[in-house]
Design a protein around this ligand. Sequence first.
Ligand code: HEM
Length: 210
Amino acid sequence: MAVSGLIFIGFLLIHMYGNLKVFAGHDAFNEYAHHLRTFGEPMLPYGGLLWIIRVTLIAALVAHVSSAVMLTIRAGKARTTKYAVKKNLASSLSSRTMRWGGLALFIFVIWHLIHFTIGKVNPTGGATNDPYQLVVDSFGLWWMVLIYLAALVAVGLHLHHGTWSAMQTLGLTGSPRARSRAKAAGLVIAVLIAGGFALVPLSVLFGIVA
Ligand code: HEM
């Protein structure tokens, strides 16, 4: 779970950073999208790098979901009698929403792929083969921005607890000092990734990127 989670964090950091190319303008963003496909040629075929990334992400997803299912079954077996009274004393919102939040993210990613990669659906009916235009047209619509911001809240919550949890699994929370460092890492990763992604739709909505 921890290793596949770290693969996702790495992907999200790179994806978020790449998206910031919209601030460099139409040509720079589209050039970047094109470069992603020609990277490594002729050693790699056209789109080769993207396929390496996709296969890695799919393998990580299989590992992540099957670990989540196994952990849920194990947790169920560990307590067969229900609590008479359940009181939240120490858990955080992010730790309590890992399962449902993870499922919501899965549904969001399917929608996101249909929107930008597989389907290239332009909700305004405009150009679909121009990645920059697709981004600008999509986030000119307030409800589209709302969908993405809601997903980014889910991303932030999931990463906040997930980063801490991965560090715990990897033995990096052995002392009070290490624990507060792991908590800080969770917060920094969550804010950096969710905040960095949110800059793009918000900048389009408020006319900074057009
Ligand atoms: C405002 C937020 C986001 C924007 C504007 C955005 C934009 C894009 C665009 C334009 C592509 C197509 C790239 C290309 O084909 O050249 C893409 C692909 C993708 N995005 Fe996002 N994205 C955002 C957030 C996310 C989040 C939060 C996740 C995961 C939780 C994610 C996961 C993916 C995946 C898995 C792909 C497919 C990569 C591929 O195999 O082609 N994205 N995104």
